[in-house]
Design a protein around this ligand. Structure first.
Ligand code: TRP
Length: 334
């Protein structure tokens, strides 16, 4: 079995964008690969160092979201980044192998710096050393556990490429040590928000969270954007520009053809169409929320999964670090 390593930042509740864009795929892959899922709390702090409560609170919440989504702790290892200090150690060794300008040219970092400048103005002070270096830390995440296949969205591809470069450089200087990881692009494109925005995001207020109750689901779907040219209930409309249809495609698979036809020939009002989506969305989220309830009521089980997963990950990390230090000739007194 090949090894998969992926990570996710604990910064808020998972929404449908995370589910359809990543987690659903991991649930499938855990049967085919030796799977490691890192709760990237250290990486989350690069952006949230002044908000530690937020990161702390979301570690267990994220674990529960993952388990509720179908990640099986008997198949996949879920672990907490900060509890594996070897990651920080390897980050330091790797940091010699990357130039500052190469990091500044990393497309993911470039985009994020641009976003920061829009938020904080042009001073550039928002870009810390830790933030600029997170691709190096992510390379340590990936290589320390022998990650061969990295399932990521398109935005993360430059980080996998950066890891490959670091691996090549390390191997060429210190001798063959790491395998070059490969990205596995998830086939789902980024999910649009209920408002039609290209991105679904918590901060944009256009996301359905896996934890949303029926009232939240109702409120959000009733406010979703439909075909603006459809004014009256029996006007003909174009489902392809309607966010309600877009979400029907995810959760109403059985009835999709009918929904589309009725929308096109004016036999379906938007309110009824939304009500049907609300019902199907509730059905879709039900098993996820039932599993969540179980784990919420059994915190000790969640803690044990995290502790066991982290212990397992750390053993592998310690073995790798020993090898790294030998290769780098800093294995004194052995
Ligand atoms: N950077 C990723 C994100 O923001 C999270 C992450 C941390 C990750 N470590 C990783 C992804 C290792 C893949 C592999 O979503």
């Amino acid at each position: 079995m090949k090894t998969i390593l992926t990570g996710i930042r604990p910064t808020g509740p998972l929404h449908l964008g995370h589910y359809f864009g990543a987690v659903k795929n991991w649930v499938k892959l855990q049967d085919e690969y030796n799977t490691f899922i890192e709760i990237a709390d250290v990486q989350a702090l690069t952006d949230n160092f002044n908000n530690p409560e937020k990161v702390r609170k979301n570690v267990r919440e994220l674990a529960i979201d993952l388990l509720a989504s179908g990640i099986d702790p008997n198949k996949a290892t879920i672990f907490i980044q900060s509890m594996v200090p070897e990651i920080a150690e390897l980050t330091i060794y790797f940091s010699n192998l990357v130039t500052v300008s190469r990091l500044q040219r990393n497309p993911t970092i470039k985009t994020e710096i641009k976003q920061k400048k829009e938020l904080f103005g042009n001073s550039g002070e928002s870009v810390t050393y830790g933030f600029l270096g997170y691709p190096v830390s992510q390379a340590a995440d990936i290589t320390l556990f022998g990650g061969e296949v990295i399932p990521v969205g398109e935005d993360q591809l430059p980080l996998v490429e950066q890891t490959r470069e670091i691996v090549r450089k390390f191997n060429s200087i210190y001798g063959e040590t790491f395998k070059e990881p490969e990205a596995l692009l998830s086939n789902v494109t980024r999910l649009k928000g209920l408002d039609g925005n290209e991105k679904m995001g918590k901060s944009l207020g256009n996301a359905i969270n896996l934890t949303d109750d029926i009232n939240e689901i109702k409120r959000k779907i009733m406010g979703a954007v439909t075909d603006p040219d459809k004014i009256k209930k029996d006007d003909k409309a174009n489902p392809e520009v309607c966010m309600v249809y877009y979400y029907h495609k995810l959760v109403s698979k059985d009835n999709l053809d009918t929904i589309k036809k009725e929308c096109q020939n004016g036999h379906r009002g938007c309110v009824d169409c939304k009500k049907e989506l609300i019902k199907n969305m509730e059905e879709f989220l039900k098993p996820i929320q039932e599993r969540r309830k179980y784990y919420e009521e059994h915190e000790e089980i969640v803690d044990k999964i995290l502790i066991d997963g982290t212990v397992k990950a750390r053993m592998i990390a310690m073995e790798t670090i020993a090898k790294v230090k030998k290769q780098m000739q800093i294995d004194y007194f052995n």
